[in-house]
Design a protein around this ligand. Structure first.
Ligand code: NAD
Length: 284
């Protein structure tokens, strides 16, 4: 049986993952701002350091897997864009960078990062904010998002999930991750009935927007079902899964973006495609 770190363990999908892993006989080290084995505020650098270090200490330096589910939704609020950047992006990247050696020390470790279908279904997300988030430049990300006024939290949320998805896809294939036997993937849920969604539904305008959003299968997703996908992505079945973003969203992404992906490599990208091929051969 393995040892797993789960952030956002106190609520919603993180809590549902913990429940399943424990039922399967695994040891779980939960991280959350409240009611967890490691209580830490992931919106501050000190909190993230504490979470990273405490988990490593409790795990004895070996982690069979990690699930990064802590996250803040796009609720209104002046400081929300900053909090979203810190928790949803740095709360993933900094923790995983600290945990990577412990994951490499295990046999075929697996990591699942929570993204969202906001990545592909929210129009006009500023690329500059995504880039700033990936650079860990909180001030620049917040400055860019501030220009969007009341819509800032919505764009901050989508940008944060694009940033972590890109980070996952870039890192997953490298010698440090794939080469070290770690499988790093992301899960992109649609609207799932959890306290995060309940908070959004509590605002009438936001509730109208959510209920009007196209979901081809109808209704909302279930936290337990999403947890089952996570547990599958932590299992041996995921040995050949690397850098994937798995959408479990009732069909919204397919509704809006059916032919955007998969698509052939465009002519203007062939040069970089050949260069990537050579780079791969050189690194072996
Ligand atoms: P949730 O609100 O039920 O759980 C999120 C957890 O993160 C909570 O336990 C909360 O305490 C923790 N958290 C928030 N800020 C923190 C901080 N500063 N430090 C430490 N912990 C903190 O939400 P959920 O719906 O279960 O969301 C899980 C993940 O799934 C999130 O990353 C969310 O963005 C993502 N997601 C959710 C939905 C949805 O519709 N529910 C859709 C797509 C993606």
């Amino acid at each position: 049986m393995g040892t797993y770190a789960v952030t956002g363990s106190a609520s919603g999908m993180g809590a549902a993952v913990v429940e399943r892993l424990v039922a399967d006989g695994h040891r779980v080290i939960g991280v959350d701002i409240k009611a967890a084995d490691v209580v830490a505020d992931l919106s501050t650098p000190a909190g993230r350091r504490r979470a990273a270090g405490e988990v490593l200490a409790q795990a004895g330096g070996v982690l069979d897997g990690a699930v990064l589910a802590a996250g803040l939704g796009p609720a209104p609020g002046r400081d929300r864009a900053r909090l979203i950047t810190e928790v949803n992006v740095l709360g993933v990247v900094e923790l995983l960078e600290a945990w990577r050696p412990a994951l490499a020390a295990a046999d075929r470790a697996k990591v699942v990062v929570f993204a969202s279908n906001s990545t592909t279904t929210v129009p006009l997300v500023p690329r500059r904010a995504v880039r700033a988030m990936l650079d860990g430049d909180v001030e620049k990300a917040v400055g860019t998002l501030r220009l969007l006024g009341k819509a800032a939290p919505t764009f901050a949320y989508a940008a944060s999930k694009i940033a972590v998805s890109h980070w996952v896809r870039r890192q997953a294939v490298t010698p440090a991750w794939a080469g070290a036997g770690i499988r790093l993937n992301a899960l992109a849920p649609g609207a799932i009935m959890t306290p995060l969604l309940e908070q959004q539904l509590a605002t009438p305008a936001e509730a109208r927007r959510i209920r009007a959003f196209p979901v081809p299968v109808g209704g909302f997703g279930d936290a337990g079902q999403l947890a089952a996908w996570v547990v599958f992505m932590l299992s041996d079945a995921a040995d050949f899964l690397c850098g994937s973003v798995v959408f479990v969203d009732g069909g919204s992404d397919a509704w809006f973006r059916a032919t955007d992906w998969p698509r052939p490599v465009p002519a203007r990208r062939v040069g970089s495609y050949v260069a990537r091929m050579k780079a791969f051969r050189a690194q072996r």
